[in-house]
Ligand binder design. Structure first.
Ligand SMILES: Nc1ncnc2c1ncn2[C@@H]1O[C@H](COP(=O)(O)OP(=O)(O)OP(=O)(O)O)[C@@H](O)[C@H]1O
Length: 275
């Protein structure tokens, strides 16, 4: 029997759980960040983790990708306990996901092409020529011009830096893509363009996407499901439409404050109407 190419194999498994967070609690000293958090991400969705400042979104992301071990509870990533990632470097599992950290986290002393090449240099035996070709392809895929490859991060705009960071996150053809505050600090037009790019890459590459964000426009635009964290717990989990109807006071204040209302109006098209 022939094996399916990775993208088709991923499409064939749409809806299968790829991340299972079970009864996770996290403490830093006496500070409790998570108490009994459980959620499941299924293949093929854009799953967002939202909530107020300091509610533990990035910490949960770090736990899922094995940079940090939860105090209690378990997290299974693509069927493997993510503690195994915490304990070992260079696990084959690490090749199956890409991460775009907050603000892009590009190396300032490297050109854009060198930044994008880092995972290939670290995790594959590919020749310099093959790496150059793959990097050029990924730079084009995120909509950056070829001449940006030789530029340093300081020579790029904020939006271009995010696209470069995204190119690095997908350079190993991952199944799963993690985005930590991908649109933070971008102006609304650039942020919307970035959201569209994320959706396009999801479609082209058969990605499952987990995104930590405060950006209500992004949530309305691209999230299939959203987990709202607060008070150490999952306060609500569902589609944006379902969450917008929630009676939970924290969720209500999150979605029905001035920014939440404006984002909802924009999403429904009403925000674009003029008198
Ligand atoms: N390594 C650490 N040691 C001690 N405390 C930490 C550590 N990492 C995170 N925290 C604390 O855990 C809490 C949750 O932080 P986290 O960055 O996960 O929140 P967040 O929801 O992503 O916040 P923001 O939206 O502001 O980025 C914060 O109070 C933070 O100070």
């Amino acid at each position: 029997m022939h094996e399916l190419p990775p993208t088709l194999a991923a499409v064939a498994q749409v809806g299968v759980p790829v991340i299972e967070v079970s009864h996770v609690s996290t403490r830093f000293g006496t500070a409790v960040v998570h108490r009994d958090v459980s959620l499941t991400v299924v293949r093929g969705e854009v799953f967002a983790i939202a909530g107020g400042n300091g509610c533990g979104k990035s910490t949960l992301l770090r736990e899922i990708i094995g940079l940090l071990a939860p105090t209690t509870g378990t997290i299974r990533l693509l069927g493997t306990d993510s503690r195994q990632l915490t304990q070992s470097n260079g696990s084959p599992l690490q090749r199956r996901f890409g991460v775009m950290f907050q603000h892009g986290a590009l190396f300032s002393s490297m050109t854009l092409a060198e930044n994008v090449a880092v995972p290939l240099r670290e995790h594959t035996p590919l020749s310099a020529e093959a790496i150059r070709d793959i990097v050029a392809l990924k730079i084009a895929l995120v909509g950056l011009p070829p001449d940006s490859a030789i530029k340093f991060p300081s020579e790029l705009s904020g939006g271009m830096r995010r696209r470069a960071a995204l190119a690095r996150a997908i350079v190993m053809d991952p199944e799963l893509l993690f985005l930590d505050e991908p649109t933070a600090g971008l102006d609304p037009m650039i942020a919307a363009g970035f959201d569209d790019l994320v959706l396009e890459l999801k479609r082209l590459l058969g990605l499952t996407i987990v995104m930590v964000t405060h950006d209500l426009d992004s949530l309305w635009r691209i999230a299939d499901r959203v987990a709202v964290l607060g008070e150490g717990q999952v306060l609500g989990l569902g589609t944006m439409d379902a969450l917008a109807r929630s009676d939970d006071p924290v969720i209500r204040s999150y979605f029905h404050g001035p920014r939440g209302r404006a984002a909802h109006l924009n999403h429904s098209g009403m925000g674009l109407q003029r008198d």
